[in-house]
Write a protein that binds this ligand. Structure first.
Ligand code: NAD
Length: 493
């Protein structure tokens, strides 16, 4: 039944897209380009490649909306109502949003339904509820003084988002920014902009005042840069690659020193000890940690560290899972793994495999493009052994279905290999030794770790990286800190 609805939705025509600036749908003054589906290479619609002037107009609209207080000065209960209404609308249109997103970026539909509209709706609800529950502070200072700490919106927030999970990640930024009373300008990735534009439409329907949320599509190196360089953007929040993150810090330094929060890539170590409670479960977990969404997940367990004594047996189990996965049309509920988002990314993934082989790694399974006749972009789940900790494949993020397997002899070596990385986003530990699990939770330098599972999350746990995986967190009340300034008052009584 659900498959029938999905099949109908996938046929729906998508009108040529426009920019959403100041509550209006406008063509902009830039050019247009075709949106190609990674499922089969078909053209879904056209998308504006906005000009720098369009971005300036969006930032101007956001600034005006903030300055006149049409949103910032609403009673918190009123803002809460709009955000709840938006969550309702996302839920009402959940399947439509999920299918649109999959046509645009290739994520398997089973995952997209939960992770995209599902998570976006709960994020808007979470921050809707937070609006009237987060207080300022009265400082415990000299009794002759009243020390106040207010939390004030920062003003205009610029948000730049990636092509994986654009609705979920967009909501992680837009929802807390709006809840705190800010105006927002979003620049989604060119390879996956459609659901963010649809979200803006739903936000308007929910009653969000004009100019408070603006969406400008286009090239990162043009409109993304314009947003990041703007003197009128107070805070910039970003999810994407480290290279772009580095540029954003530079743009901030060269413009108004806006605060920049970065959620970047990872090369997470999934560490399997011989005393894991269930090696079969661990093998399935290790396979899904990297092959789900074709490895296009920031927290993917892309380095598999296996204790020497079980290395060969464990690699065969993971390989069996890799070979058994059903890869294909991501809009079929029976597909377990969907498409690679774009051709460049697919070619880059294949290059990683040949480079790793040239450095001496062994290709155990996969390594090839498949289903080319569909016109889409698909790749076999790939397992490579004999990878050394300093190899390119052990150090660089592929963001594709390529697993780098390494072995270790003891706990100390596992920790050393895990920490031999510029990244520090996530990781996994499989052991039945409670003490060891806690030692590793402390010793492995990452933003988060999974123990005897891999990849679970919800809105109650913050997500963020350390080292070159970023700063600050998305989700939970902690994320609200990014979107407020602390304003103090020292009052003599
Ligand atoms: P990307 O850095 O290429 O692009 C991300 C966004 O930045 C896009 O909107 C792009 O247009 C924009 N951009 C590119 N160049 C820019 C510039 N010079 N100035 C301003 N904006 C610019 O990343 P991607 O390929 O879209 O996404 C994949 C990356 O995102 C991976 O590295 C992945 O690990 C990371 N990611 C991290 C998290 C996290 O929470 N830490 C979550 C998802 C994805």
């Amino acid at each position: 039944m659900q498959q029938e609805v999905i099949d109908q939705l996938r046929q729906q025509e998508v009108a040529p897209q426009k920019l959403f600036i100041n509550g209006q749908w406008v063509s902009g003054t830039g050019s247009c380009h075709k949106v190609v589906s990674p499922i089969d290479g078909s053209v879904i619609t056209s998308l504006p490649r906005a000009s720098r002037a369009d971005m300036q107009a969006a930032v101007g609209a956001a600034r005006d909306a903030f300055n006149d207080g049409r949103w910032a000065n609403l009673a918190p209960a009123a803002r809460k109502q709009v955000l709840h209404k938006l969550a309702d609308l996302i839920q009402e249109h959940a399947l439509e949003l999920a299918v649109l997103g999959v046509r645009d970026n290739g994520t398997e539909i089973n995952m997209a339904i939960k992770a995209e509209p599902g998570s976006a709706a709960s994020t808007f609800r979470y921050y809707a509820e937070a609006v009237d529950k987060v207080y300022g502070e009265i400082a415990p200072t000299d009794p002759a003084i009243l020390g106040l700490v207010h939390k004030q919106p920062v003003g205009v927030v610029g948000a730049i988002t990636p092509w994986n999970m654009p609705l979920m990640i967009g909501a992680w930024k837009i929802a807390p920014a709006l809840a705190a009373g800010n105006s927002v300008v979003v620049k989604p990735a060119e390879e996956a902009s459609l659901t963010t534009l649809r979200l803006a439409e739903l936000a308007q329907q929910a009653g969000l005042p004009d100019g408070v949320l603006n969406v400008v599509t286009g090239k990162g190196s043009e409109v993304g840069e314009e947003l990041a360089m703007s003197m009128d953007v107070d805070v910039l929040v970003f999810t994407g690659s480290g290279d772009t993150g580095r540029r954003l810090l530079e743009y901030s330094a060269r413009s108004n020193m806006k605060r920049v929060y970065l959620e970047l890539g990872g090369k997470s170590a999934n560490i399997v000890f011989a005393d894991a409670p269930d090696l079969d479960q661990a093998a399935l977990g290790a396979a899904m940690a990297i092959f789900r969404n074709s490895g296009q997940i920031c927290v993917s367990g892309s380095r598999l560290l296996v204790e020497q004594s079980i290395h060969d047996e464990f690699v065969s189990k993971v390989t069996e899972h890799a070979q058994a996965l059903r890869i294909g049309d991501p809009l079929l509920l029976t597909s377990q793994v969907g498409a690679i988002n774009n051709l460049n990314q697919l070619n880059g993934n294949l290059e990683f495999v040949s480079k790793a082989q040239a450095q001496g790694a062994t290709l155990v399974t996969g390594g090839e493009r498949i289903l080319q006749a569909t016109g889409g972009y698909y790749m076999q789940p790939t397992v490579m052994t004999g990878v050394q900790p300093d190899h390119h494949l052990a150090q660089a993020e592929v963001f594709g279905p390529v697993l780098a397997v390494m072995s270790f002899k003891d706990e100390a070596e596992a920790i050393a290999i895990a920490n031999n990385s510029d990244y520090g986003l996530a990781g996994g530990i499989w052991t039945s030794n409670l003490g060891r699990a806690h030692r590793l939770i402390k010793a492995v330098k990452t933003g988060g770790l999974f123990v005897n599972t891999y990849g679970g999350a919800d809105g109650t746990i913050p997500l963020g990286g350390v080292k070159q995986s970023g700063n600050g967190v998305d989700k939970t009340l902690h994320a609200l800190d990014k979107y407020v300034d602390l304003k103090t008052a020292w009052i003599k009584l």
